[in-house]
Design a protein around this ligand. Structure first.
Ligand SMILES: Cc1cc2nc3c(=O)[nH]c(=O)nc-3n(C[C@H](O)[C@H](O)[C@H](O)COP(=O)(O)OP(=O)(O)OC[C@H]3O[C@@H](n4cnc5c(N)ncnc54)[C@H](O)[C@@H]3O)c2cc1C
Length: 595
């Protein structure tokens, strides 16, 4: 039985002269990562739903040298393992991911001398390195077996949105060249960065700045462990088992990062992502130029690549964009790159797919139950776009300090804390999908966003003034107690509203303390003489932190709005990661002894 009653057409109207079999509860246009996972999720949650996928791809698609979107973090990890029921499949066909790993090197120094941030061991909750070709072929087979109708090699020509309860229409040319029109209650654009519906409806919004990427795959295993000789015993021993290969390895520099991602097909993905303001795309927009750029900026990678066959090469200029509407109360949605794309740093692409698809599946269920509420669609739309827009702003404003080991590492720790305490629980516990949970959590976290903005501003002030007065060799971020606690407390499903409220209360206290600790470290690095004034204060206002001492009193730094607590625990956890290194300290220190 179909999930929804079939819309009744008027046989006298030629536009309605379609076969009634060509009427679906949901038509998904595009069968890439977003479309194929959505079709699977609809069938899992609503087995009776009639689902059509119209996809221009012919199957099987090539493995390895196919698409980017190969790395996942915790939100997408949960989505694949639990919400799509693919835990065993992912373990068999793809690779486990050993978190995010960063090297802050320099072209004239050996890789083992570069400060490193990363995990030593796999985490409790799996994340994955995906071979997109393998995944899309397998999802195709799974979806066919689940009863999804898939028109392959078919090109969507138009999506005609209908008002009210009228069915939408999707016109496409099938693989035999015949034009067909189907009707559907819900329609979803999952056709990627073409942004079909966004353009048709004039909803696309561009983002500030220009960010570019160039990438290729090499045949076989390009393993960062092989870049460092075995004689560097300590370097190899601190991440036991030669497992760095399984991380998304980032080689960081001013305005850029280079990724190394292992693929389940046994090959390796290599990409350069950069801010156009800081690195000219013209220096990496052909394979030859990209290799030459690597030889100048990341010579260890260039030397490694030279030993492998290169399988493809792709450039994406100005890849970032957003939207003013992605989920509509008029029963349509855009998911994946058809909606928005921020940046590949922190792999948010598949997170967004998880949030968007789960929202669509939820609304579809509410519609089937006769409980569809337009305000819910508006709330879900605001949630997904706010996620994307924050990620876009946060990442793009960080490119200018990507080459600063201390600032970037502290910034990464802060971002990870926010990700594990605020964004990830949203999917683990369906917070954004449930009006009551959402309202309860929002009430606890109203001050979070202003704090996040304040900390971001602090990093931006810090970048121009870093003395580089602290150094580190290796930070295993999972071993920082406050991050460990955040991970164990928040990456747990099945919580009640009361438990979520209690969690977010703890979170607000932790983020406040960490923000203050970051502030004290930044002051120490930029104007150490000022630190004593701050250490003497009983408690500070985290919402007034900044690196302009003239504004401290004015902004209320010494007039805290929360009861005094002891920040030394969290501060100590951060400070012990970074040794003071007065000899190496360089740069624009503000030597200000006028206390
Ligand atoms: C440089 C870069 C690196 C990235 N790295 C990551 C990462 O590490 N992790 C991550 O999560 N995300 C990453 N992303 C984002 C990632 O690419 C997306 O999350 C993901 O690929 C989006 O999937 P999609 O289904 O929206 O688009 P696609 O996978 O492109 O699917 C679109 C589908 O629509 C079909 N189609 C197009 N036009 C038509 C038509 N007219 N008719 C019918 N079908 C049509 C296509 O054939 C295709 O199957 C990265 C993006 C970039 C630019």
């Amino acid at each position: 039985m179909a999930l929804f009653p079939r819309p009744t057409g008027d046989p006298a109207d030629p536009a309605d002269a379609v076969d009634m079999c060509d009427t679906y509860d949901i038509a998904v246009c595009g069968g890439g990562l977003a479309g194929a996972t959505l079709a699977r999720q609809v069938k899992l949650r609503h087995p009776g739903a009639t689902v059509l996928v119209v996809d221009s791809q012919a199957y099987p698609v090539p493995v390895a040298a196919f698409k980017v979107g190969e790395s996942t973090v915790d939100i997408a990890g949960f989505y694949f393992a639990e919400l799509l029921g693919l835990r065993d499949y992912m373990a068999q066909r793809h690779l486990p991911k050993l978190g995010l790993r960063y090297f802050f090197g320099a072209p004239d120094r050996a890789l083992w001398e570069a400060p490193e941030v990363g995990l030593s061991r796999f985490s409790r909750c799996p994340t994955y390195q995906i071979d997109r070709g393998v995944l899309e072929n397998d999802l195709y087979e799974m979806n066919v077996a689940a009863g999804v109708e898939i028109a392959t090699g078919a090109r969507v020509l138009d999506i005609e949105l209908a008002p009210g309860a009228e069915p939408h229409r999707v016109a496409f040319r099938d693989c035999d060249g015949n034009e067909r029109t189907v009707r559907c209650r819900w329609v979803v654009d999952a056709m990627g960065r073409l942004r079909f519906l966004q353009r048709k409806l004039g909803l696309q919004r561009e983002t500030d700045g220009m960010f570019n990427a160039a990438w290729f795959r090499v045949r076989g295993r390009l393993d960062i462990e092989d870049f460092v000789p075995d004689t560097q015993v300590e370097w190899h021993a601190r991440v036991p088992g030669r497992v760095r290969y399984f991380s998304t390895n980032h080689l960081m520099g001013p305005g850029y990062w280079v990724w190394l991602i292992p693929l389940g097909s046994g090959n390796t993905s290599v990409g350069i992502v950069s801010s156009g303001a800081l690195q000219a795309i013209g220096e990496m927009d052909t394979l030859e130029r990209a290799i030459d750029w690597l030889a100048r900026h990341e010579p260890a990678v260039a030397a490694g690549v030279a030993r492998h066959e290169i399988m493809d090469f792709v450039v994406a200029r100005d890849f970032s964009y957003t939207s003013s509407l992605a989920i509509s109360a008029d029963r349509w949605a855009c998911v994946g790159e058809a909606a928005a794309f921020a940046d590949p740093f922190y792999s948010p692409g598949s997170n967004m797919i998880a949030f968007e698809n789960t929202a669509v599946v939820t609304l579809l269920g509410e519609d089937a139950a006769g409980a569809f509420d337009e305000t819910r669609a508006a709330e879900l739309n605001s949630f997904v776009l706010a996620q994307n827009d924050w990620v876009e702003y946060n990442i793009h404003s960080s490119y200018s300090y990507f080459g600063e080991p201390l600032i970037m590492t502290v910034s990464f720790i802060w971002d990870t804390l926010l990700a594990w305490t605020t964004a990830t629980p949203q999917i683990y516990n369906g917070i954004y999908l449930d009006a009551a949970k959402s309202a309860a959590v929002r009430a606890e976290t109203t001050n979070l966003y202003p704090l996040a903005l304040r900390v971001k501003r602090l990093f931006k002030q810090w970048e121009g003034r870093a003395r580089r007065g602290r150094r580190f060799v290796f930070v295993d971020y999972a071993s920082i107690p406050f991050l460990q606690e955040a991970y164990e407390r928040n990456l747990v499903a099945g919580k009640t509203i009361d438990e979520l409220v209690a969690d977010h209360r703890i979170t607000m206290a932790v983020v406040e303390e960490v923000a203050l600790a970051i502030f004290l470290i930044a002051v120490d690095d930029t104007m150490p003489a000022r630190r004593r004034t701050l250490d003497a204060a009983p408690w500070l206002n985290a919402w007034a932190i900044g690196l302009d001492p003239e504004l401290w009193a004015h902004d209320g730094l010494f007039a805290p709005t929360t009861p005094p607590r002891d920040v030394s625990g969290v501060l100590g956890q951060l400070e012990r990661l970074f040794e003071p290194d007065a000899v190496d300290a360089v740069g624009a220190a503000t030597i200000d002894l006028d206390l």
